[in-house]
Design a binder for this molecule. Structure first.
Ligand SMILES: C[S@@+](CC[C@H](N)C(=O)[O-])C[C@H]1O[C@@H](n2cnc3c(N)ncnc32)[C@H](O)[C@@H]1O
Length: 268
């Protein structure tokens, strides 16, 4: 869930579970900070026309609609009909005017230079061709205005476990099940390669001291199942590792953290 299937939410037997997952992630203070910083970096002004690519359930489109005000225009685009429908619902509930469209980040359905600011959150990591998407984001952004991308870096995951070797192995499995599991650290370079100017970077560390929260957001049990399926670990050691984390949680000793990176650049 946290890693796979994001390119085909509509084909899932449980599309609502993706929306539920996004809600759980958004509930974390550190994720709210991640989102807030990215919105600030966009340099949005009242009256602007702005775009959120891979907008998911649409909360940031609603936030952008408030930032640009009545004279502006906020647009969300997502590959998934389920997400676009949820975005429309949330905008209506929030009483803001915003448009949502189904579309591919790698071939955006918009004219050149049609937006004053563009963002893409936790989506580049899942795309077959993230560089093509960045070139598309640059194409639709007006010269001198900003494109902002944010992604975690799954290679930066830390989990305080007594079994360090097993933890390292599981973190590798975890990252390998995302198309671009180290997108966070690659954003700076990819923005440069895509021709963005005046690049800026911000870092956020999300942490959890609760096994239940970390499991829901990071998919710890799911990763263990994947590692067993991949043959990277045996089921007995897998259970032992998870039991160790649960025991740590009961003793108030559980800790996990993940780094997220935000990169912004001006369209030339
Ligand atoms: C992890 S979610 C992030 C959603 C949202 N940006 C957020 O931060 O809450 C990834 C989103 O990218 C969308 N997505 C996946 N592939 C896409 C593509 N090729 N073009 C546009 N959106 C895509 C998914 O439908 C999903 O809504």
């Amino acid at each position: 869930m946290r890693n796979e299937g994001w390119g085909e939410v509509d084909r899932s037997t449980k599309p609502q579970s993706y929306i539920d997952y996004l809600r759980g992630v958004s509930a974390l203070d550190s994720v709210q900070e991640f989102k807030r910083k990215s919105l600030e970096l966009m340099g949005v002004r009242p009256g602007d026309t702005v775009l959120d690519v891979g907008c998911g359930a649409g909360d940031e489109v609603v936030a952008l609609a408030r930032m640009v005000g009545e004279s502006g225009h906020a647009v969300g685009v997502d590959m998934s009909e389920t997400m676009v429908a949820e975005g429309r619902r949330r905008a209506a509930d929030a009483g803001v005017r915003a448009d949502f469209k189904v579309g591919d980040a790698q071939a955006l359905p918009f004219e050149d230079r049609s937006f004053d600011a563009v963002r893409i959150e936790r989506t580049l990591q899942h795309l077959p061709d993230p560089d093509r998407a960045l070139r598309e984001l640059r194409r639709v952004c007006r010269p001198g205005r900003r494109v902002v991308a944010l992604d975690p870096d799954w290679g930066s995951l830390v989990i305080d476990s007594e079994d360090e070797e097993m933890t390292r192995r599981l973190i590798r499995v975890h990252a390998s099940h995302v198309a671009h599991g180290q997108m966070g650290r690659e954003l700076w370079r990819r923005f440069g390669d895509a021709g963005f100017e005046d690049r800026v970077v911000e870092c956020v560390i999300a942490h959890s001291t609760s096994f239940a929260v970390a499991d829901a957001v990071l998919g710890l049990r799911e990763t263990v199942d994947e590692a067993v399926r991949d043959g990277a670990i045996n089921p007995v050691s897998a259970d032992h590792w998870l039991d160790g984390l649960r025991a740590a949680d009961e003793g108030g000793r559980f800790f996990a953290a993940l780094s997220g990176f935000i990169v912004g650049g001006r369209a030339p």
